[in-house]
Design a protein around this ligand. Structure first.
Ligand SMILES: [Zn+2]
Length: 81
């Protein structure tokens, strides 16, 4: 995982929830523009969020958020320097 990815890793799930401030969103979007790996990951996560929301017809639950984080971790295979 790249350093910049690590830095944004925890924030990406919040970003997907739409919970972050605009300036932080912009930072992450900027990262995504330059990082195909993260972009691919976020794209697929966003799709599963949309599906989950449709299924649940409500906001993202803490359970769902945990699931999201797990999915994010899968996108970034553990520590490899
Ligand atoms: Zn990245």
């Amino acid at each position: 995982m790249k350093e910049a990815c690590k830095k944004d890793f925890e924030r990406i799930s919040e970003y997907l929830d739409g919970e972050l401030d605009d300036d932080i969103c912009r930072e992450i979007e900027n990262h995504l523009r330059h990082c195909p790996e993260c972009r691919k990951c976020v794209d697929s996560l966003r799709k599963s969020i949309e599906l989950s929301k449709k299924a649940a017809e409500e906001e993202i639950t803490p359970d769902m958020r945990e699931h999201l984080r797990a999915a994010l971790r899968d996108c970034f295979p553990s520590e490899q320097s």
